[in-house]
Structure formats: structure tokens, C-alpha cells
Write a protein that binds this ligand. Structure first.
Ligand SMILES: [Zn+2]
Length: 113
């Protein structure tokens, strides 16, 4: 259900911009998803196909770009990108990460006709 509410906000933003641009149709929406956001691109596209029916964005393709997780070590203050499932700090080897990036969902650009 998380993706459904996310998808509805995406659609709202897309439609607002498309209308402002005087577009007749939205072709493509480029979206950035952080690795830690827990959002699955395929689910967003799936919901989008439903919620965009009879709007300017009906049939639009969503293109997802994933941004890596970024952590700040709460022990030594280093910032780092975790390697796969290993979230330990590369400097002090402690496991006290605080997420400082990779949780975002952003609409990067919208392509319209
Ligand atoms: Zn550290």
C-alpha cells in the first residue's frame, strides 16, 4: 500500500506540471529512487497505470534511476556508501550507521507532448 500513496503523489505532481506546460500528453516520467526508500519501481508503474487512467498521464512510461545508500558513521563521523549488505564503517569497522542518503524519491524530469 505504501507504493500506492507514493504513486498518487507522483501523479499529482506530474499532472500539475503537465498542465502548467500546456501539454496534451505525458510520455515519460524520470524518477529517482533511493536504495533505502523501500520503493519498488515495478509496483509504482503498476499502480500508475491504474491511477493515471483518463488523465494526461495515461500510458506514460516511468523510468527509474536508483541512487545508492549513504551512511554517516555515528562512531567516527565518516560518510560512506555501504558495499552490498555490509553496512559496517570502512574506517573504524563499527556498525553504527545513520542513513543520510538513499531514502529519497524525486521526480527528476517529465517529458510531455
Ligand atoms: Zn566509523
Amino acid at each position: 500500500m505504501h507504493e500506492l500513496s507514493v504513486t498518487q503523489s507522483v501523479l499529482e505532481i506530474v499532472l500539475t506540471h503537465a498542465e502548467q506546460a500546456g501539454a496534451s500528453r505525458v510520455q515519460r516520467v524520470n524518477i529517482v529512487i533511493g536504495e533505502l526508500s523501500g520503493i519498488v519501481g515495478e509496483s509504482v508503474q503498476f499502480y500508475f497505470d491504474f491511477v493515471s487512467k483518463d488523465t494526461l498521464a495515461e500510458g506514460a512510461e516511468l523510468v527509474f534511476r536508483r541512487t545508492p545508500a549513504q551512511f554517516r558513521c555515528q562512531a567516527c563521523g565518516a560518510t560512506y556508501e555501504p558495499q552490498g549488505a555490509d553496512w559496517t564503517c570502512p574506517l573504524c569497522h563499527q556498525l553504527r550507521p545513520e542513513a543520510i542518503g538513499g531514502q529519497e524519491l524525486l521526480i527528476e524530469s517529465i517529458e510531455v507532448e
